[in-house]
Write a protein that binds this ligand. Structure first.
Ligand code: SF4
Length: 231
């Protein structure tokens, strides 16, 4: 059960997430900072899907935005359909587009190691993105694309019913939380996303470019693990 989870940091986190800071876990939790309004329900047929499989089957041929025409594969999500933790990124990249799975490239491999560093496996959490199709050249999602695709994410969240969300990267965080706050302002706080406690950290792709930020992500995932153990 949730209360029985043991917080076991990987035996050798330095070998898993090189040069991550290993400061002790916080002994108090920051206050919840904001409450986000629940989005309106869609009237589309997929909105009444009762399982992730049903939802996938109903939206996997989506052409609601131009990215449907340029994708190789639709990237729905992967992991535990009843996960307590949902990890949400921005959009598929080239490897994800090729394989039809989220976070399978270099950044995805780093994400796997980051999760493993706090004894979480990819099968234990549910991983997806806000957009289900790759933006060309990995550019940032356009507002119209996000507007079209985000309701699918809302439905995924409704079906998974996670207790915690980890938003990866500023684009994902700003999109979920409907703000334009900086990463500095968003990290280290518990945000309330429709009643789900949500933490924000750097996208693994950003960590590959800026390895000095790994120590911040290490703090964030330890915080996530603490909340998970206490839930
Ligand atoms: S990005 Fe989303 S809205 Fe656009 S085509 Fe793909 S699934 Fe549909």
């Amino acid at each position: 059960m949730y209360g029985q989870h043991q917080y076991v940091v990987h035996a050798d986190p330095a070998s898993v997430v090189a040069d991550l800071n290993t400061e002790p876990v916080r002994d108090h939790e920051p206050e919840v900072t904001e409450i986000i309004e629940m989005p309106a329900s869609s009237t589309e047929s997929w909105a009444v899907a009762s399982t992730l499989g049903d939802l996938h089957d109903q939206i996997c041929t989506c052409m609601q935005c131009p990215l449907g025409h340029t994708r190789t594969n639709f990237v729905f999500g992967s992991g535990n359909p009843n996960a307590d933790i949902m990890v949400i990124g921005e959009a598929p990249g080239a490897d994800e587009d090729e394989q039809g799975l989220p976070f399978v490239g270099r950044a995805g491999q780093l994400l796997t190691k980051i999760l493993e560093a706090v004894s979480l496996s990819r099968d234990e959490v549910y991983i997806c993105n806000i957009l289900k199709c790759r933006p060309p050249n990995n550019r940032k999602p356009l507002a119209g694309e996000t507007d079209q695709c985000e309701p699918y994410l809302w439905k995924q969240i409704e079906l998974v019913q996670p207790k915690l969300i980890l938003a990866l990267g500023l684009t994902a965080a700003n999109t979920l939380l409907k703000n334009k706050e900086s990463m500095t302002n968003l990290r280290g706080k518990i945000h309330d996303y429709h009643g789900i406690r949500t933490l924000v950290t750097y996208h693994p792709a950003a960590l590959l470019r800026n390895p000095e930020w790994k120590k911040f992500t290490w703090d964030d995932v330890k915080h996530l693990r603490n909340l998970y153990d206490a839930s």
